[in-house]
Design a protein around this ligand. Sequence first.
Ligand code: KMH
Ligand code: ZN
Length: 303
Amino acid sequence: MTASTLITVAPTGAETAKADAPALPVTLDELVRTARECAELGASVVHVHIRDDATEPTLDLGRLQDTVAALRESTDLVVQLSTGGAVSDPEADRLRVLDAEPDAASCTMGTVNFGPDVFVNRWEFVVELHRRMQQREIVPEYEIFDLGHLAALHRLLDRYGPPYGGHVHCDLVMGVPGGMPGNVQTLTAAVQMVPAGATFAATGVGRSTLPVMLAALAAGGHLRVGMEDTLTYAPGEPVRDNAQLVGRAAEAARLAQRPPMPVAEARTLLGIRERRRNRMVTSLSPSDTTSGSAAAVAPGTAD
Ligand code: KMH
Ligand code: ZN
């Protein structure tokens, strides 16, 4: 168990309309302001979905690049782009997200019913995401919506090796209608299936937010919170903003005597900080031979 708690904020998501949740950050300015507030309160990773001018979800590459640049300029948060997007996004667009060169990106480990929709993640697609992230030095966060996704994670790592950065971190997304329920029993079962040496965070959608948060802390896990997952703070009380959710998570983490993890520590834990710094330095060197080939970025060789 780590001595501190990594808090990821997922401020926007792809499912909620701005009209239904006016505090949802949908413009770049709103997102940056949110990220800064949440960083102040203890978040160290931001899980990013973006919107277009009509506030609809988009995977537009230019916008993603601008978003990564703006977040890097204004915060030191680990910038994790969603490759999940919205349920309707084509695979090619989801793979292209990596061209925005985030520090990290999500990698959902299988298909899951998603309310009335299906969030499709074919095995071949998951493998392609994992391998491209290895090659491009992007640290994955494996999104787990169901227990079978953890079995798929073991298979992926056995067949295709560890992620870039060498450390496996997964996020249990619980309580999605159609996925695993957000309760202590299921979290306990999931934790037992997390690969040895890996860390996990958990988030509970909707009403499962608090049980999952408390159970994850009790199990030595990390937390994801935000308006992507939670729109009601207490019965009958809409969430004020993402900062409110991060503030509550930070308080719970302190109560559990595992206070929020500083960003530098999160970068080290996830395997991001040194490698990205190295890459920035080596990219200035004429002898830089970074080719993007799997061999050039095989885990362990960047050290
Ligand atoms: N919006 C969901 C369909 C991810 O970000 O990688 C998928 C999702 C997972 O949110
Ligand atoms: Zn997401």
